[in-house]
Ligand binder design. Sequence first.
Ligand SMILES: Cc1cc2nc3c(=O)[nH]c(=O)nc-3n(C[C@H](O)[C@H](O)[C@H](O)COP(=O)(O)OP(=O)(O)OC[C@H]3O[C@@H](n4cnc5c(N)ncnc54)[C@H](O)[C@@H]3O)c2cc1C
Length: 389
Amino acid sequence: MGVTPGHDVVVVGGGIIGLAVAWRAAGAGRDVAVVDPDPGRGATWAAAGMLAPVAEAHFGEESLTALNVAAGRAWPDFARDLEAATGRTVHFRRDGTLLVAGDPSDRTATDRVLAFHQAMGLAAVRLGRSACREAEPLLSPRISGGVDLPDDHQVDNRAVATALLDACRTAGVTMIPDRVTRVGSAGGRVTGVVLAEGGSVGAASVVLAAGSRSGEVGGVPDSCRPPVRPVRGVTLRLRAPDGVPCLRRTVRALVHGRSCYLVPRDDGGLVLGATVEERGDGLEVPLGGVADLVEDARRVVPVLDEYSLLEVSPGLRPGTPDNGPIVGPTDLVGLLVATGHYRNGILLAPVTAAEVVALLDSDDCGTPPGLGPFAAFRPDRFAARGAGS
Ligand SMILES: Cc1cc2nc3c(=O)[nH]c(=O)nc-3n(C[C@H](O)[C@H](O)[C@H](O)COP(=O)(O)OP(=O)(O)OC[C@H]3O[C@@H](n4cnc5c(N)ncnc54)[C@H](O)[C@@H]3O)c2cc1C
């Protein structure tokens, strides 16, 4: 159990965020290692792959919406680069999204959201029931209309994770199948990380990208510890048997005030999601939440009754006090944080990787290069508010 030779950068966590950072940093000429006992899984594997800056725009979250819009624009190039690097397809689809209302009171709610989207200058167009069904013939005649969101797209998140693992290997990233127990430091600067199985890995910079567990890694000064919490979500993987029709595009629905989404894959698969539960870090799957999800989805897309259930996938979203990600330098020189992406980590991976690589290029990882869309999402914002949670 010794010290593994030093790297320029060690990334703690190989979810979509850590892998995207590692791949882009290696592409920029850095010697990079990723430490993760099970890379590519975590929330990244459970997610649905929606790239939804508009549907995820909420009242009071204007800075986050601006970041999400920038993130959506970064996806075409990121997907193209990843496919070119690996020869794999990541199934990036620009079909747009339909938001549908299950009943008249849901319609009132989607109209309110529509007005908000339009006030923000986001692309959103009100559709009547028949226009919705023309766009998506599998919708039930009982829906109350909807909204076309042409700028919300999707990617196959599992294909992205697999491609990123490939791309990292090809780019020379060292993959270390272990868990980090603590970040090492001396004289106010990081020296690397300590591993659970024993030994340590030296590095000039450490990127903390351990998703919902990012706050548990030791050796991080309290002032830099990211206030992330696990927010459990469950998706279902379904498949249309031969001869049973598939959705043309992503459908998000509001049914009796509850949200669900259906994301069709190129191969006849469909991801149905998702529950949102604040119940600690367990991966149990309470039946009630899944039953509600299935009931709501069947109400808007009745043909689902003929689909096969393949998989139930729980995951832990890295939630934060203000729902925004936590990306940037910390008081500990050389320690960068890239976590807290909550409901939008797939969407935000390309811009997060670009931001971290830019920060690694700046002096001591301590000087953010200008303002940019992450300015409102620096790690020190919680201390500045005196809240921390
Ligand atoms: C049900 C569900 C649906 C979702 N749908 C979408 C969606 O449609 N679109 C979207 O944009 N986002 C979606 N998200 C959110 C998205 O999945 C997350 O924001 C994103 O995966 C976060 O990526 P991450 O790399 O930070 O975390 P994770 O993917 O959780 O990866 C963290 C990694 O860190 C590793 N790790 C943890 N602790 C340590 C340690 N001490 N040492 C080393 N490694 C460690 C873990 O093994 C894991 O591999 C969804 C999430 C869920 C749960």
